[in-house]
Design a binder for this molecule. Structure first.
Ligand code: FAD
Length: 366
């Protein structure tokens, strides 16, 4: 009976714990400083939109993880409405002039006219050039999903608990110390490290390749219809424009920014104004005809730090002070859309028994 501690209760830790918990032989403690329900600058997952807009370069591990994640999200959306995910139309606009900006590079695969994901998402089709605004070079539409993180994260917790996992709050200074925190009181055989941006300061890991890409958002009650995103803005290369309406009354997220190495946890009011103006310019149906940002009904302003890793996500076996560790952190702005792909690989590296994670038909298997 392997004793496993999953350190971290963001989307990475919860998805990995969920897959591991499908085998009753695994005795799992999910250990975290922050849990679903908390809003904190050290906890990225609640702030995400969150939708599935693939950004991994064709042929990369990143793209493979996103490709592998789609069928899971689709299956959860279709079979488990209580998980807080819905299908939503999606519009993507590309301006070639954005390609050298940080935002343009981040979105370069998403916005190119013939992306690998065209056969993954539903109903992909290019938008004819005669329908495009003058400065848009190409555009496409498809059906994707949007996740209400306030429902989905607790749903994952519920699935883990139903499968026998235990949840425990703790702040760990050194990764090896997590092995002493298994709920049985016994030493853990394995630690799965899903600490996101905090992998930078966690003892025994201290990954200096980790840094934030700050994302500022405005959450509103307005519902414009389809989701939309563009390759960049005219307001600076670290600014972005995207709109996504969450399932089950979760409001509409207006974004945003992609400010690398910026740790500021407080919303910048000037940036908030630009975010709202750009969102209305991209999707006028957000407000009534003739209205500007006064037509937006604001729920909250927010800031989250995307846990970005130079060189890419770390999914790797390790051993620290004689304790076996598998890392799964550094998911930048794609933690949800790559969640199952990354977690399946993490489970495989853990060498722990697992059940049916490869079986498409029993993928969720509840
Ligand atoms: P986190 O959610 O940060 O969780 C880390 C966990 O580790 C927490 O539970 C924390 O308490 C715990 N922890 C850390 N250190 C310790 C310690 N020492 N002791 C105990 N516990 C510890 N992704 C998408 O796929 N689609 C989107 O549309 C999308 N939109 C986004 C929009 C914004 C504004 C932001 C900020 C992010 C967005 N993302 C999106 C990215 C996504 O949110 C992240 O990639 C993802 O949440 C990372 O999850 P994680 O579990 O790795 O880290």
């Amino acid at each position: 009976m392997p004793n496993i501690v999953v350190l971290g209760a963001g989307v990475s830790g919860l998805t990995t714990a969920y897959l591991l918990s499908k085998d009753p032989a695994n005795k799992i403690t999910v250990l975290a400083k922050h849990m679903p329900g908390d809003y904190d600058i050290e906890y990225a997952s609640p702030w995400a939109g969150a939708n599935y807009m693939p950004v991994g370069k064709e042929g990369s591990d990143h793209a493979r993880w996103e490709r592998e994640t789609w069928p899971y999200l689709k299956e959860i959306t279709e079979k488990y409405p209580e998980a807080g995910i819905h299908f939503r139309g999606t519009l993507i606009y590309n301006r070639k002039k954005d390609q050298e900006s940080d935002t343009g590079k981040w979105f370069s695969e998403l916005t190119q006219p013939n992306p690998w994901y065209k056969d993954v998402v539903l109903d992909f089709k290019p938008i004819p050039s005669e329908k495009l605004a003058p400065r848009v070079d190409n555009a496409q539409e498809f059906t994707s999903v949007c996740i209400n993180t306030a429902i989905y994260l607790p749903w994952l917790v519920g699935q883990c608990i139903k499968n026998g996992a235990t949840f425990k709050r703790a702040v760990i200074k050194h990764i090896a110390d997590a092995a002493k925190e298994h709920h049985t009181g016994e030493q853990a055989d394995l630690i799965v490290n899903c600490t996101g941006l905090s992998a930078r300061t966690l003892g025994g890991v201290n990954d200096s390749k980790m840094h934030p890409a700050r994302g500022q958002i405005v959450v509103v009650r307005n519902d414009p219809g389809p989701m939309a995103s563009a390759s960049g803005t005219d307001d600076g290369e670290a600014e972005a424009v995207y709109i996504m309406t969450r399932a089950a009354g979760g409001g509409t997220i207006l974004g945003g920014s992609y400010q690398k190495h910026n740790w500021d946890p407080l919303p910048d009011p000037n940036l908030a104004n630009r975010i709202m103006k750009r969102a209305i310019a991209l999707t006028p149906s957000l407000v009534k005809p003739g209205q500007g940002i006064e037509g937006l009904d604001i729920i909250r302003h927010g800031v989250g730090l995307r846990p970005l890793r130079e060189g890419g996500t770390r999914i790797e076996k390790d051993e620290v002070n004689g304790v076996k560790v598998v890392h799964n952190y550094g998911h930048g702005g794609f933690g949800y859309q790559a969640s199952f792909g990354c977690s399946v690989e993490t489970v495989a590296l853990s060498n722990m028994p697992r059940k049916d994670t490869d079986e498409m038909t029993s993928r969720i298997g509840l």
